[in-house]
Design a binder for this molecule. Sequence first.
Ligand SMILES: [Zn+2]
Length: 359
Amino acid sequence: MPDRLRHEGIRRTNFCPIGGQSHVRTADAVMTVGPVRSLSMKRSTLAVAACLPLLSGLILQAPAQAATSTTVSATLSSSTVKIGSTTTVSGTVSGPSDRDVRLEVRLASGWRMLKASTTTSTGSYSMTAPSQWIGGHDLRVVAPAAGTATTGSSTARAFTVKPSWTPAGSSSDWRWLATDGDHPRYNPCRAISWKFNRNGGYAASLDDVKGAFHRLAQATGLTFTYAGTTSVVPSSDRYDRSTAITVGFVSSLSGNIAGRGGGTWSVHDGYEEMVHGSLALDRSEHLRTGFTSSGDATWGQIMEHELGHVLGLGHAAGSNQLMNGTASSRNHLMGAGDLSGFRAVGLHAGCIPNAVRTV
Ligand SMILES: [Zn+2]
């Protein structure tokens, strides 16, 4: 069983000046939202009063209707499921029919919409729950105000998606990539694009990279978008600036290192935002392709591990964790610590305000 060491990732800190400009934009928004709302309400009241004398002789004025509260019920077809199991959230909304409804999930930064739908003529709705995202989630259904009906919200429903395997080890067995106290992570509220340099890669290498991103999306709740090929050969300080993550093969990494991954982050507004990342794979290594749960290390396993560094995780202590520094037959699958780490760098951690990444 050959063990293969992998670099724990590149570490670079970049203080990006764009963060300052973003901060100014936020200050503007905060200053205008409150006053504009109260002003427009006053204006409409005045307009009605001024128009009434002119119109009263021409039309019958409809009596002012009192706002009615909205009641939203929400039931999950199952509160704990295995990943990929189709699960529905269904219920009813009081008030007008054909109302907009949206399914939301609770993040550290507040509630965020996952999907939207409308109620039927009888006021019922049904949506599929996010069963491809591993972990425990709080979900709710919101019906925005419609006519005289106010905005309504269901109570929060706990929903747990379990992996198809039993994660090994301790849930505390994970570390941040940064060793200086930073907690860099990508802004999870924007899709993360990536490009691939096919040069030197084996035939199915793109399929394996896509498979690794798919598995990481399941563990993090992040959205990754394949943006095509690139000619850039990735290294610790070289990446394609038209995309967030650059993946490719290099002629040789030192020793028995099969891959190297890491990223560059920007410190702003009290956050450490990952902006660019790179994953370099050693084409001279001879590994099995694809993913498996046993036997010798595979390229898919290496890619998943290195992308873990790209997303902001360091090495785990236990040899049964994917993020352990050695790829072996023991860590093909994510362990309990890996899943905790991926949750910490994933969507649950919440949106990063004034995010500077644009690709
Ligand atoms: Zn590593």
